[in-house]
Design a protein around this ligand. Structure first.
Ligand code: UD1
Ligand code: CA
Length: 458
């Protein structure tokens, strides 16, 4: 089986926050999560994360999903991987991918393609490289006729070597047994006095094994951030990459101002995304929708032909040809079915709204099961919480809920039934009935004139 070791010991001092660097976020997700996602996407699931600075935060974030080991002292990339030797020894028959937890843009394709090359070539190590216009600071790749001979760090490079533009991304495939063996032979004999992981290359070559380099078509695989500005650049790069992928898929953007789309979001062709819209998590949006301006959609599924305008929607499902907004919040656990219309200042929570139902304005529907073709007047409230427990309301098909009705849960309004405006409904309403719970109108004739006279006297 193949392994991956992710180096996540960095501190990120210049970020000016006490947190391990790989936990800083790009498009709302820790860089470490991007790297883990790339491994999982390439079907590499046997992961070990090497933690260092504030390692307990890494454990807390991972919540036991993957194994971690601690590098207590920062003695170089080779030393970091050494900490994972007990993990590697459990699985020595396959290959091991080494990655940096703070280089978020490594992609599954690069991982799979480089593994294929690594295996086909019978290599002991395959370095994932990229070509950069400005290679300053990175390890340079020294190519030979049939592979590579070494990686030379900036600080150890001759002026000619510094001209080389192919650089070490910091990601590698090793044959696991060869990695373990070569780690044992590393020394600190270099300008920085560190255990360089890159020295494994000449160690393996000296043993007569093969080392080669896989040049990624994605130059962003090397990108990382040392400070907040760098992190903002990573966000910008990720944002633009994702938007351009959606453009290729037929999604329409008239501008990209304030639009942020998470890397796992799926959007159908012909859908228009308007300014200020943030789509995140496992959100899926169908075809021919208009989403925005200023929508926030998290972990939700939206059907086809739906229009959302100033809507916030969390962990919910909105079906086809629905129209919602402006200024509507759909809270978790809701399912809005085909053809529903929801107007301004409405909140829906943990409720089903049946087909063609209209909730025009200023209404709260919480913990309710609403049928189809129901009409909500303005200002309806489902009173779902009595201060101790929550209860559900049931509103059946074709019911008509008058303006300013309070439905005190648990309560049911039967099929086609009406509630009179201003009623507070505490008992079930049978089908086709009208429920009124309010005082009769009392008219006091001449009241205003009397009042005026009294005031004049004073
Ligand atoms: C390393 C490579 C260099 C490559 C570059 C890509 C070596 C000797 N050099 O450079 O060829 O171009 O990465 O970014 O490997 N880390 C630890 N513990 C340590 C040292 C580092 O966990 O003791 C982690 C860092 O947090 C980071 C990664 O290893 O995630 C790379 O370390 P960094 O110091 O950024 O890279 P260099 O050693 O400069
Ligand atoms: Ca009201």
């Amino acid at each position: 089986m193949d392994n991956a070791v992710i180096l996540a010991g960095g501190q990120g001092k210049r970020m000016k926050a006490d947190m391990p660097k790989p936990l800083f976020r790009v498009l709302g997700e820790p860089m470490l999560e991007w790297v883990i996602g790339a491994c999982e996407g390439a079907d590499i699931k046997n992961l070990c994360v090497v933690k260092g600075y504030m390692g307990e935060m890494i454990d807390e974030y991972l919540g036991g999903r993957y194994e971690t080991v601690l590098q207590a002292e920062r003695l170089g990339t080779g030393h970091a991987v050494m900490q994972a030797i007990p993990f590697l020894q459990k699985n020595t028959d396959g290959n091991t991918l080494v990655l940096c937890g703070d280089a978020p843009f490594i992609d599954s394709r690069t991982i799979s393609d480089s593994l294929e090359m690594h295996k086909k070539g019978g290599n002991a190590v395959t370095v994932i490289t990229a070509e950069l216009d400005n290679p300053f600071g990175y390890g340079r790749i020294i190519r030979t006729e049939n592979g590579i001979s070494s990686i030379v760090e900036e600080k150890d490079a001759t002026p000619e070597q510094k001209m080389i533009k192919e650089i070490n991304s910091g990601a590698y495939w090793f044959r696991t047994a060869d990695l373990i063996e070569s780690l044992g032979l590393l020394t600190t004999d270099n300008s920085q006095g560190e255990y360089y992981l890159t020295d494994t290359i000449y160690i393996l070559l000296e043993k007569g094994k093969k080392a080669d380099a896989f040049k990624s078509e994605n130059p962003n695989v090397v990108l990382g951030a040392n400070d907040r500005k760098g992190l903002l650049m990573l966000n910008k790069t990720a944002r633009e990459d994702i938007i351009s992928r959606h453009l290729e898929n037929g999604v329409e953007f008239t501008c990209t101002d304030g639009i942020t789309i998470g890397r796992d979001v799926v959007i159908g062709a012909g859908t228009q995304i308007l300014s200020g819209t943030v789509l995140s998590g496992k959100t899926v949006i169908g075809t021919d929708c208009v989403i925005g301006p200023d929508c926030i959609i998290e972990n939700s599924t939206v059907g086809n032909g739906t229009k959302l305008n100033y809507v916030q929607c969390y962990e919910s499902r909105i079906d086809n040809n629905v129209k919602i907004g402006p200024f509507v919040q759909v809270r978790p656990g809701s399912h809005i079915k085909d053809g529903v219309k929801i107007g301004d200042f409405v909140e829906v929570k943990n409720s089903v709204i049946g087909e063609e139902t209209a909730v025009a304005h200023l209404t709260y529907v919480g913990d309710s099961d609403v049928g189809g073709c129901v009409n909500f007047g303005c200002g309806v409230v489902t009173v779902n919480y009595d201060g101790e427990k929550k209860s559900r309301c049931t509103i059946e098909d074709n019911a008509f809920i008058g303006c300013n009705t309070n439905l005190i849960a648990p309560v049911k309004v039967g099929k086609g039934a009406y509630t009179a405006a201003g009623s507070t409904i505490t008992k079930d309403v049978p089908a086709d009935a009208l429920a009124i719970e309010r005082g009769e109108t009392r008219t006091v004739e001449g009241y205003a004139a009397r009042k005026l006279r009294n005031r004049k006297k004073k």
